[in-house]
Design a protein around this ligand. Sequence first.
Ligand SMILES: Nc1ncnc2c1ncn2[C@@H]1O[C@H](COP(=O)(O)OP(=O)(O)OP(=O)(O)O)[C@@H](O)[C@H]1O
Ligand SMILES: [Mg+2]
Length: 286
Amino acid sequence: MTALSVRELTKTYTLRSGLKFSTLQAVKGVDFDLTPGRTVALVGQSGSGKSTIAKLIAQLERPTSGTITLDGAPIGRRGAALARYRDEVQMVFQDPFASLNPYHSIGHHIERPLLLHGKATRSTVREKVLELLSRVNLTPAEDYVDRKPHELSGGQRQRVAIARALAPGPSILIADEPVSMLDVSVRLGVLNLLARLQREENLAMLYITHDLATARHFSDEILVMYRGDVVEQGPADDVILRPQAEFTRQLLVAAPEPGTNPRFLAEAKRRGVPMPDHLAPSEDTP
Ligand SMILES: Nc1ncnc2c1ncn2[C@@H]1O[C@H](COP(=O)(O)OP(=O)(O)OP(=O)(O)O)[C@@H](O)[C@H]1O
Ligand SMILES: [Mg+2]
């Protein structure tokens, strides 16, 4: 069982404008735990510090203060300890167009982490690649493996990015707005896929989003961020149906989708409608 704990996590950026320096507190003393089989959603408006937290966990940035621990031990920042960390903690980013190299085949993108993390040998790697493509519903996998990214749709590319993230066999998955750049019609399919994979692999997941409806539907706990602070944190239903912080209420009122409106959701639930129609395509929608 692998759990990632974040305590008092803080990131301050120094900004320079001409000769003047100023500081920006992107993340201020944030605490949460990612545990197997559970999804924590991070919601908040643009610039509230969500991606900074993802980058700190991915070790693309270093915290100004605070700790990130894996099973109670400080995370490895170099050498073999860093390699082990990368086995355990994987990311899916927002932009499936930027995250795949246009010159390499789909198969290549998944082969590399399998070989790099010692999950396959030269002789078994193709079979493993096909297996992973099938797991993300790119089937028949033989039809996708030799294609180039530009021959795939945004949703299909994001499935490749998910397969690549699963390749090292992680126990923790960080998904930073994994569907916000995708066509609305395929978003829920990709989220359903992530939810299934999470169940099957018992993953600990951090789901970063602007969308309160999917945060509620796909996560166990919600953290609401406002300008670097967590202003509300609790079980998903409590945060959406009984928001305590003024900012959470504002977010709920401002939510553009009807499915995000708590009253609408409560009504839908009472009538036994699990989700609004437009939010209910299957996992296989291409
Ligand atoms: N490398 C950097 N240098 C300076 N400031 C930065 C840097 N990265 C992020 N910031 C600032 O930190 C704050 C938080 O940014 P962050 O990207 O974490 O927000 P976010 O919640 O992910 O927003 P969005 O919803 O738009 O993705 C913003 O004010 C941003 O401008
Ligand atoms: Mg962001």
